[in-house]
Write a protein that binds this ligand. Sequence first.
Ligand code: HAM
Length: 423
Amino acid sequence: MARAEFQTLPGTRDLLEPESGRVRALVERFAIEAERAGFGLIVPPMFEDVGVFVRIGEASDIVSKELYDFEDKGGRDIALRPEFTASVCRAFAETRPLIPWKTWYSGPSFRYDKPQKGRYRQFEQVGAEVIGSDDPDLDTELIALAWRFFQRLGLTDVVLLLNTLGDFAERPVYLEALSAYLAANADRLSDQARITMAVNPLRVLDSKRPQDAEVVADAPLMVDYLSDDAAAAFDRVRQGLRALGVPFEEAPRLVRGLDYYTRTTFEFVAAGLDAAQTAIGGGGRYDGLVEALGGPPEPGVGFALGVDRTLLACDEQGVFEPVDRPVDVWVVATTAGTEGLQLVEELRSAGIAADRSYDGRSMKAQMKAANRSQAPIAVIVGEDELAAGTVSVRTLRGEGRQAPVERSQVVARVEEMVRSSPS
Ligand code: HAM
């Protein structure tokens, strides 16, 4: 096949059926879980003033390296969203809904990441956020919601990693201890880790380089620097998860890629995905973000799941497979008139999925198309049927039975067949 003049850009893809239908089905499942838990949908704009996203943390890669930012024709500095949380907080600060405000979302996010399997420049997320309460039971409920969602998809091979980053108030004391430790061991760290250390020492804990592992293993941990309040909140989350039967692993070195987190942080990792892309979701508390965006000092907590990666994990585990969804009826019309046009319209108006061939193809070609479509029923009208005021209704699965039906009765007959078929 000749190469098309234009191709999708690196890190972007066309989602076509059945994969596109699978994405939609996944989002619908998430919507059911979220709405059942009292979350309302938010559809924020895909681009915002770049300042909204800069508040995510200037030291994070997501802001410093991966932002799709540009000046629009009106001279505004804007960026495509790299995630939803900052937009949700901006929306809260702008519209001041009643608290606690529980909202869920789905849609694409954009990061100028290094494209590879499971890592795209445009990727889909679903997520949920609660603003206006620091009750740790909310952290637990959100984690349980995501957990239940994965379980219902059939993803059993998911591990929940749990950590706490304490409050901003106690963070400087911890960071000082961590920085001092890293500085004392700098000669054993990789060059990259030494650079990271200067910008954000926390992120050194996240280094995947074997050279850094030994130093990181003995580094001071945030859990040992928590205030009494933050420690009690973490206990409450662990107690809640145990009470709900949600298994978790404590991961005291878990660092998330965004700088706004306080207290609870978590990640869901799927076994079987390539090492760099194992995180299928993550989240945590961000008790200072709304205020940083010019809103009231309301706490927040939430998570986002990567739809593309979740589906890759489903592929690995052979669950939630893509399904073909054929139409109910294929209309085969070889008359010169408008019979085919009218029949599909009547069927569709009655809520029956119907399709047909075009371009005046032969009966044989249209029957072939009908079979290829995998529709269970064909409605056939040729010159003979037209003269007799009937259509032929044929089942396309099994032995293929065919019977004439009065033209006026065709919708009712097909409806009856569709309702009684085991779909
Ligand atoms: P995040 O960990 O940056 O968190 O992204 C959440 C999920 O999105 C990841 O676990 C991953 O599955 C998926 N993801 C991220 N980047 C890519 C990519 N380049 N290609 C494919 N999938 C990707 C957040 O976005 C936070 N807003 C989560 C949150 C909500 N925290 C509090 N509330």
